[in-house]
Design a protein around this ligand. Structure first.
Ligand SMILES: NC(=O)c1ccc[n+]([C@@H]2O[C@H](COP(=O)([O-])OP(=O)(O)OC[C@H]3O[C@@H](n4cnc5c(N)ncnc54)[C@H](O)[C@@H]3O)[C@@H](O)[C@H]2O)c1
Length: 284
């Protein structure tokens, strides 16, 4: 039974997932290589909880209990990342993820379940490289993790039924709606949503419309966020990497070709909300 969760990576997703886990009653550890990121995550979680009190969604006692369940580690603190469930939410680079899982395997026992929050990397390829493929699957939260209800529970041919069931139960305990799917490029949502971003980027590339007009139109037709506002929320580095890996995994179809505009945004450090500048500017 899962009682403790360690979230590795305290960026946009890890911070939100740790908040959700602690709110669901799990003893939660949030780890990042970079101490500045764990500090930023701590501030963001504390701010979010204060806002939930203001909205009367949680009490002051709830807040105290949630904060008591959370601890933060950085740098060498990886050696203390032991838990019943590890949720990895670090950079979207297969080699870095693999190295982290190998290290976590040395530290953790034979019961620990390992999940990756990757948006687009092949979980099967990762599973084949690590020593516990039956205890490994995708647990794909959406951004912002505290608000979005959907979680994709992504299984590889090597994932055991017990692991699938434990992850589905944990997602439910976190108040989420788990949806089971097989490992495939982009899983369900990132596969379906890819053209939303790429077709909008083509319109800008071809100077048919500018990005704010496209956002305005899409929002006026009922989408909660236009494609450019949404890419800024996701992080343009993450969105570009996901576009590239889905494109490669699908055999490079022209319709899924990543846009040079995405590449330029990443090169310029215009990553979106997290850096204060993307297609739009944001207060930090
Ligand atoms: N941003 C989204 O909308 C979104 C949605 C769903 C899933 N994801 C996936 O979640 C993962 C994280 O994305 P993000 O947007 O939170 O990224 P991010 O850039 O905001 O944060 C990544 C964090 O990982 C840390 N990190 C890098 N290497 C590390 C290591 N070896 N050990 C520990 N920490 C390390 C970085 O310091 C950084 O804080 C990616 O796999 C991404 O595909 C992202």
């Amino acid at each position: 039974m899962i009682q403790t969760i360690c979230v590795c990576g305290a960026g946009t997703m890890g911070s939100g997932i740790a908040q959700v886990a602690a709110m669901a009653g799990y003893t939660t550890l949030l780890y990042d290589v970079d101490a500045a990121m764990t500090q930023k995550a701590r501030e963001s979680i504390e701010k979010n909880l204060a806002s939930l009190i203001e909205k009367k969604k949680i009490s002051a006692e709830d807040q105290t209990a949630i904060l008591a369940r959370l601890s933060y580690w950085s740098g060498d603190g990886l050696a203390d990342c032991r838990a019943d469930l590890i949720i990895e939410a670090i950079v979207e680079k297969p080699g870095v993820k693999e190295a982290l899982f190998m290290r976590l395997a040395e530290i953790n026992g034979r019961q620990t379940i390992f999940a990756s929050n990757t948006s687009s990397l092949s979980l099967t390829a990762l599973a084949e490289k690590i020593p516990f493929p039956e205890r490994f699957a995708g647990l794909h939260f959406f951004n912002p993790a505290p608000l979005m209800r959907l979680v994709e529970v992504v299984h590889t041919p090597l994932t055991s039924e017990e692991t699938k069931a434990a992850l589905t139960a944990a997602a439910r305990q976190m108040g989420k709606t788990p949806v089971s799917c097989k490992d495939a490029p982009g899983f369900i949502v990132n596969h379906v949503a890819r053209p939303y971003y790429l077709e909008a980027l083509r319109l800008v590339e071809e100077e048919i419309a500018d990005f704010s007009t496209i956002d305005r139109i899409m929002e006026a037709t009922g989408f909660r966020m236009g494609p450019f506002r949404l890419m800024d929320l996701i992080g343009n580095d993450i969105n570009y990497t996901v576009s590239c890996s889905v494109y490669e995994a699908m055999g490079r179809p022209q319709r899924l070709r990543p846009s040079p505009i995405q590449e330029a945004q990443v090169r310029q450090g215009a990553l979106g909300r997290k850096t204060g500048k993307g297609y739009y500017r944001y207060e930090q």
